[in-house]
Design a binder for this molecule. Sequence first.
Ligand code: GDP
Ligand code: IMO
Ligand code: MG
Length: 425
Amino acid sequence: MPNTLLMGAQWGDEGKGKIVDYLSRDADVVVRYQGGSNAGHTIEIGAERYVLHLVPSGILYPGKTCVIGNGLVVDPTALVKEIKDLIARDIAPAGRLHVSDRAQVVLPYHKALDAAREKRSAAGAKIGTTQRGIGPAYADKASRLGLRMGDLLDPGVADVLRTRTTEKNRLLADMGTDPVDADAVIREMREAAAYLCPYVTDTVPLLNAAWRQGRTILFEGAQGTMLDIDFGTYPFVTSSNPTSGGACVGTGLPPQAVQRVLGVVKAYTTRVGEGPFPTELNDPTGEHLRQRGREFGATTGRPRRCGWFDAVVARYSAMVNGIDRWAVTKLDVLDDFETIRVCVAYEADGRRFETVPASSAVLQRCKPVYRDFPGWKATTSGFTRLEDLPANARAYVKALCDLTGVPLGVLSVGPQRASTFVVDL
Ligand code: GDP
Ligand code: IMO
Ligand code: MG
């Protein structure tokens, strides 16, 4: 397998975890390059269900090297819990999970600030964050006020933590929120650092050596293109770059190390949190998608907003990321629909849009232009050959590819590894 960059092409939760797990069999190294524990990547193996937040989805294959890259913001306590949970389920990360010493630390005050800001924001200004401290942690990184994982092992870290906590408590007080206890922060970080010490290392030479030795690298994106801080529906976005461009800055591997970009899309669309979503269905059809697709957040449990496939978003995503192949997931969720709609353009302010406008205010006004496709009213599960799928299901997937100009690489018709067709990779 060529070195593959896998990223979400919609608003997250496209099924990245499932596809990364599937492809991990043929990879040597799986590396996350951005985000934090806002991510929730689900993998189902037999009766077991795993939800990973920080640890790369390759961890479920024994012997695969997994790297938490420098581009992440890591909540040390959350990571300790995730590692302990894996160990309790007989998955051993020791010796093969590596955490970049350059990754930023999410501190308790980041989570408090995230929650306080959401609480204080007026109805239309709320982002609906996961409250995992992501925005404030990336803001501190850019403001050069952040701590990195390597710093946690430094003897002087207690003083820095005390100063920072005092500064943040002033902000929290302004926001009418309880302060964070500096001693508790220091204690929590000391404990987490002691546990994580064997995992924290300089992952930049590690990854580059693996690449130079010809080992296969799989880049695992979190969130999705429409949540990208530059290309998404700003300000209703996350604070990192889930797009393919983020992979180099988030790992220290150069662009030449990426040989192929695989975009993951659901056969319909979901979004969790606030912000524009042109194909959203606030009706029984949307509810049906939610129930059939079990569309409830893997991190926060919130019901996901559901709607039809948006080819404008997918086309834009293909352009921004340089997507070579689609991995289309959750086709099975559409099995019992009479008619399936696909948005091919938008209309707003007397104009037709073929691409996603920069302004969320404009996107909010956009009305989808739909093309209808006949459903197949039959199961897509249990097949081993793509040719055996119902003809209308194959026609629908082909239409998604034709409308976006990207060929099909992988098709998924269920959460399990066995419900996966590799079409052209
Ligand atoms: P991620 O954040 O992109 O990794 O996606 P999530 O794990 O948040 O959400 C995807 C959900 O869909 C998970 O519960 C998966 O187990 C499930 N899933 C993945 N692929 C398929 C599929 O092809 N069909 C069905 N029915 N479920 C799937
Ligand atoms: P995975 O990797 C879906 C959304 C939040 C909110 C916005 C900002 O599982 O696809 P944040 O906490 O990042 O500041 O929230 O981004 N969001 C996600 N939505 N999947 C995710 O991750 C998400 N991570 C963040 O709901 O709208
Ligand atoms: Mg998810």
